[in-house]
Design a protein around this ligand. Structure first.
Ligand code: ZN
Length: 148
């Protein structure tokens, strides 16, 4: 995860191109609540994108709690901490944002919809995550995180 954020939020490289989540839920550095980093100039209906499809550089940070807003360069993403992460049986499970977390919950609980917007990321789900989330209480932990 850290390496993903260090290279500007690019989560995966496929066919030589970097893939980016449009929105990252992060912990607000000012008030420690849930806030967001969004790539500027990417349409709202796009969940994730390839570097060849959009020129990306800047993101807008917004916090609905303390109302801080600022534009940052994508090299500064590493200074933010992802909001959606939880340790289950020693394994850190994390998601870029709520929609990505929804998808992980679907997959890990065996209720996956193949048409989900995050299905592209299916092959990147760590095998250990399946092994660590075998029962309902583990899934409930993820669901609680989703509604935090
Ligand atoms: Zn804040």
């Amino acid at each position: 995860m850290q390496s993903s954020k260090d290279n500007g939020g690019s989560s995966h490289i496929r066919y030589g191109h970097s893939h980016y989540p449009r929105v990252m839920d992060v912990i607000c550095p000012y008030c420690c609540k849930k806030s967001a980093l969004k790539y500027i100039g990417i349409p709202d209906n796009v969940e994730h994108f390839l570097d060849i499809d959009y020129q990306i550089k800047d993101l807008l940070f917004t916090c609905d709690h303390c109302l801080k807003r600022k534009t940052i360069d994508n090299s500064n993403i590493k200074n933010f901490e992802l909001f959606n992460k939880i340790e289950i049986r020693g394994e850190l499970i994390w998601a870029w944002n709520s929609n990505h977390l929804d998808y992980l919950i679907e997959v890990l609980s065996g209720n996956e919809r193949p048409s989900h917007k995050w299905a592209f990321f299916r092959t990147y789900i760590h095998k250990k995550w399946f092994a660590k989330t075998k029962n309902d209480s583990d899934i409930k932990k993820l669901e609680r995180l989703r509604h935090k």
